[in-house]
Design a protein around this ligand. Sequence first.
Ligand SMILES: C[S@@+](CC[C@H](N)C(=O)[O-])C[C@H]1O[C@@H](n2cnc3c(N)ncnc32)[C@H](O)[C@@H]1O
Length: 241
Amino acid sequence: MPSVYKAIAFRAQPVVPWSCWELGHRMNWLQSAAEKFREKRIRRLIARKSMIDPVRAGNLLRLAQRIEEESIPGDVVECGVYRGGSAATMARVATHSTLNRTVWLFDSFQGMPPVTEVDGAGAQDWVGALAYDARKVAKLLKRTGVNMSRVRIIEGFFADTFPTVNIPQIALLNVDSDWYESVKICFEKFYDAVAPGGFVSIDDYGTWPGCRLAVDEFFTKRGLTHKIIAVDNTASWFRKD
Ligand SMILES: C[S@@+](CC[C@H](N)C(=O)[O-])C[C@H]1O[C@@H](n2cnc3c(N)ncnc32)[C@H](O)[C@@H]1O
């Protein structure tokens, strides 16, 4: 083609040289890149507000997804919230469930309660630590896209707050309250409400001897045979059959 025609052809190109399909494709790509960026930011924020590491957080997320995929009915309950990292991980999924779920979060927010002898060496050093503000937990949940109309934050020591609630069915129970007495009361209050096929996660089964003892004693007393699966050397979980 003579160069003068080439120049005319070049100038005749549309201002936006993309077809509608190309434009749509590029918009989708931009949207998904923005979504990925937002998701990464939220996960980083949650990680900063949690004592659990990415492996344990990943396991909790997986359990929260499984109760959706398998339509396990019931609420999600966490005992031991602290700054809300693990709560946000589960609530981001559970509060958008098509099933009618509520997410219950229990903590004194006044620091770790007194220990007993079975809690082992080093436990005493934590008494009074980990106090936090429940309003900041609510703020974190909102920022991470949780539907707050489906969340109940119940502030106070378990012995005082548990008798005030009735949760008939639980799909996922996360026990992250460390001490023998705290873990024992969680199992006594909530185990029976866990639905068949529902999950129980125990964050400190491998770390704190009092926690392990409370769970093992409960299993023995009730003749339970659920297989307890280790996530890492700290957390474990089981499925209620
Ligand atoms: C290890 S922290 C929870 C960590 C949290 N799940 C996270 O993602 O980082 C343990 C929490 O359990 C709470 N806790 C322990 N025993 C309790 C009890 N008897 N009553 C109320 N809260 C208790 C403490 O206040 C503390 O915030």
